[in-house]
Ligand binder design. Structure first.
Ligand SMILES: [Zn+2]
Length: 187
């Protein structure tokens, strides 16, 4: 299913989405081989894609695929830190009822920002996943002071969780001059 009109399927879409996921897995393998950190430049991005939903330019959830690969290869606890301006609704949905992946997201408040229907602070997981989902919605105009306070809180939760691995969904649309976002982070 598609939850918006932002993820059309055209010639080459599957090849692009599949290749982006392979890029994420290549970075994941670099970590498995001992790298301290690895950067995967994935296009199309993935954090709005759930297991059965595409949308928001996202088809396959690259971060979730990398997180699952870490678990499949012997890690017990993976944390995801999503710092894109928009809430990672797809990633949250995939792991919402699980406690082997902690999900944290700092983003524009969904009352005013895409994806609108998820990303509120009271979404904390369900079932076995209750207490393993942390959302930090922030108002338009938030700058470094407010944003970094939320980042500190998210990092504290990740530390408390004692994660083996941290996967970062790195959107840089939090920049002050981003044309469609309302945060005021400077370089
Ligand atoms: Zn974004």
């Amino acid at each position: 299913y598609s939850f918006d009109g932002g993820a059309p399927i055209t010639a080459g879409t599957w090849q692009a989405a599949y290749s982006a996921a392979q890029v994420a897995l290549t970075a994941q393998q670099a970590i498995q081989r001992g790298a301290h950190c690895a950067f995967a430049l994935c296009r199309p991005p993935g954090h709005h894609a759930a297991s059965d939903l595409m949308g928001g330019y996202c088809y396959l959830n690259n971060a979730a695929i990398a997180a699952q690969a870490f678990l499949d290869q012997g890690h017990r606890k993976v944390a995801i830190l999503d710092v894109d301006y928009h809430h990672g609704n797809g990633t949250q949905s995939i792991f919402y009822a699980r406690n082997d992946v902690l999900f944290t997201s700092i983003h524009g408040h969904p009352e005013a920002e895409f994806p609108f229907f998820l990303g509120y602070a009271d979404e904390q997981g369900e079932g076995a996943g209750e207490g393993f989902n942390f959302n930090y919605p922030l108002p338009a105009g938030s700058g470094w002071a407010r944003w970094s306070a939320a980042l500190d809180e998210a990092c504290r939760e990740i530390e408390r969780y004692d994660a083996d691995i941290v996967v970062v969904s790195l959107g840089v649309d939090t920049f002050k001059d981003d044309p469609i976002s309302q945060f005021k982070l400077d370089s």
